[in-house]
Each structure stands twice: as C-alpha cells, then as structure tokens.
Design a protein around this ligand. Structure first.
Ligand code: CA
Length: 247
C-alpha cells in the first residue's frame, strides 16, 4: 500500500528506475486534498501535496511533478495567479496544469484557460472524471509512460526503462539515464549546467556544476558505440545540447 497522506513523502529519485507520473495537488482544504491524493495514489500516481502556493513553488522545484492540480481559491495567492506565474516560467514549460474550482461560470473557465491552465474541472467531480482528465492532459502534453523516443541510432523506451544504440541495449547509471531522457525529450536546445541540475537533479539538490560534466562524460562513454556520443554536444560557454545534427 502506497503511503499517500503525508505531505512530502516522495522519496528522492536518485536510485529509482521506473518513474510513475508525479502529480502535485495544491489545495488548502485538507479533506479534499487527501481525498484526491488517495484516489490518485490508488491509480498509480506519485503524489505530493501543498496547502498553499508558496509550498507548491518549493515542491515544484524539488519534486518536478508532471502535472499540478491547482485549486482556484488558495490562502496566499489565487490558483489562477499561480498558474499564470508557472506558465510564464521557462523552468516549468513541461508542467501540465489542471485548475480545480467551485466556480462553474463560463467566464471563470475562460480566464482559467487563458491563464495557461491545460484543463479545468468544476467541483464537485468524481474521482473517475478527475483521473480521466489527468490522463487526457498528460497524453496531450507528451509526458507518457508508454513513450519511446528515437533519435538517430538511439532509442529510449521510457516504459521499459531501456536505452538502445543501433538496436542493442546498453546499461546506464540512474543519473545518466535521467540525463539522457531529459536531453532526448528536449532536443536541439542548449541547456546550461545550472538548468540541467534543476531539471535532472532537482533545484534543491546541492551539487556542483562540475557534477554535470562528470555525468555527461559517463553518458558519452556509454554511447560511444556507433558514435552516438556525438549527439551530446558541448556548446562552449553555454552548456550542452542533444542533437543528431552535426555541431
Ligand atoms: Ca481552496
């Protein structure tokens, strides 16, 4: 049985292989929050909980959820404001947001969606409806457990947690795997060491930027067959980029 009630139960992911989709619930009403957490947990999601926007922001940086359920009425800033802030923040470009609200009026729905929310659910809702909407949004936003991403001779199978080079499976350490997964799902863009630390290691993990170089080196070594290491490109003075095109 999964432990889902305590607020910040998610274990550090350092050694984990399979990653369940992670959902942050931002809702100040404890009974509702726990009810949602219970159902999501039972549906196989990892759950983190926040009672207000401030905690939510801390957890977002640390836990890197795939989706946030954001209640409209929060004690500090409104859920709409929080959604707007997150949608403007490049660090959270992959985060899907579903707004929860007691407001059923059309104009509220419109402002929720204009604020950047991916979907909008009016209370009261059934757990089944909530889960169906979550699945739909996650499918649309491309964060999906079933996903296989191919690039050149490389293939990463996120469901099977496997990496193939020219059809042959290679073994990667957990950090190299996450680094490759991030890079392959964000190709042709340069990420600084700090950005990679935030996105792959989590914002509040205190490691030096040099650590990124160490893991990039290991990753390149593991990919060196078939020259797949050339996909991990160093961009001088800027950081790293994953690309199957030449430098
Ligand atoms: Ca509320």
């Amino acid at each position: 049985m999964r432990d889902c009630y305590a607020g910040q139960t998610t274990q550090r992911l350092s050694g984990t292989s399979m990653t369940a989709r992670k959902i942050l619930i931002v809702e100040d009403e404890q009974a509702i929050r726990e009810m949602i957490a219970f159902h999501l947990s039972r549906a196989g999601y990892d759950v983190v909980e926040a009672g207000e926007a401030r905690t939510a922001r801390e957890l977002l940086a640390d836990e890197r959820p795939d989706l946030a359920l954001v209640d409209w009425m929060l004690p500090d800033i409104s859920g709409l404001e929080l959604t707007r802030m997150l949608k403007r923040d490049k660090n959270y470009e992959d985060l899907a947001i579903i707004m929860l609200t007691a407001r059923a009026e059309e104009r509220d729905k419109v402002s929720g969606l204009e604020g950047g929310a991916d979907d909008y659910i009016t209370k009261p809702f059934s757990p089944r409806e909530l889960i169906a909407r979550i699945q739909a949004v996650l499918r649309r936003s491309g964060v999906n457990n079933e996903e296989v991403v191919k690039a050149g001779v490389l293939e990463i199978d996120m469901a099977g947690h496997r990496v193939l080079v020219a059809g042959r499976e290679i073994k990667l350490g957990p950090t190299e795997y996450r680094l490759l997964q991030f890079l392959m799902t964000h190709p042709d863009r340069v990420y600084s060491r700090t950005q990679l630390l935030d996105r792959v290691w989590g914002a509040n993990v205190y490691v030096e930027e040099r650590t990124v170089d160490v893991h990039v080196r290991r990753l390149r070594k593991a990919l060196s067959e078939e020259n797949a290491d050339s996909y991990i490109q160093t961009v001088r003075g800027a950081g790293y980029r994953f690309s199957t095109r030449g430098t």
